[in-house]
Design a protein around this ligand. Structure first.
Ligand SMILES: [Zn+2]
Length: 238
């Protein structure tokens, strides 16, 4: 086979793969069934099971309303827009929990909680998380990602097909950092050891973090940890 012919075949294959990718992308944004390049069949977006909570949130919607929710959300618009729409229906609520304490001043621990809403006609109604997931034909992991981003004050960004330099940290790693910061920062109110005071410096906190998760040492830089910590403290103060 001549080199020219080989090049032409390669070019054609690349073009065909591009078409396939594009077809998959469009189907996904429209919530339609598609087959991945690896041959995995992904079913169409549809309403999931009833929420099963005592408010019976999913039962408040007619079948027609349920179908409209799915078709309005997955109408082919970009993933970022779909995410932003979902995020606009999530609210981060601050709860102040008072802890019983033996010593000194009363300890206060602020934690975040999320409220979920759905549009039913012109009405924005409060639903449980399971109903929010089911009625939007998504999964709890995707909703958790949007909730975490909301708490951090970040806009959702489509991570698919982005180069590694722009790629966000996987959610599970992000959660590890947040949990780590939370544990140390909330212990400020309950621990009074010297060791602990040392950990109050963010550099020490970061060192403790990479000691606990050595595999994340190169993925999570100090600046990033600092940013999340600052964010967390701002949230505490607000
Ligand atoms: Zn419910």
């Amino acid at each position: 086979m001549s080199n020219e012919l080989k090049t032409n075949i390669k070019k054609r294959e690349r073009r065909e793969e591009g078409w396939k990718r594009n077809k998959i992308k469009i189907a996904r944004l429209k919530g339609e069934k598609y087959v991945t390049l690896k041959g995995k069949v992904v079913g169409p977006r549809q309403t999931g099971p009833s929420c099963g909570c005592r408010n019976k949130c999913t039962d408040k919607f007619t079948d027609e309303e349920k179908a409209n929710i799915i078709s309005n959300l997955y109408n082919g618009r970009p993933k970022d827009e779909q995410d932003s729409y979902l995020q606009s229906l999530i609210e981060c609520v601050q709860i102040i929990r008072r802890r019983p304490r033996k010593t000194q001043d009363e300890a206060r621990l602020r934690i975040s909680n999320f409220h979920y809403y759905m549009w039913k006609g012109d009405e924005r109604i409060h639903v449980c998380k399971q109903a929010f997931v089911s009625l939007h034909g998504t999964n709890s992991k995707a909703v958790q990602r949007l909730s975490i981003l909301l708490r951090l004050g970040l806009q959702p960004e489509d991570q698919r097909g982005k180069h590694s330099s722009r790629k966000l940290l996987p959610d599970e790693d992000l959660q590890k950092i947040i949990d780590h910061i939370k544990i140390i920062r909330s212990n400020r109110y309950t621990l009074e050891t010297i060791n602990y005071m040392e950990a109050q410096s963010v550099v020490s906190m970061y060192n403790l973090f990479v000691e606990k998760y050595p595999e994340l040492k190169h993925k999570v830089k100090y600046d990033y940890y600092l940013k999340l910590d600052t964010n967390y403290l701002e949230e505490l103060a607000s």
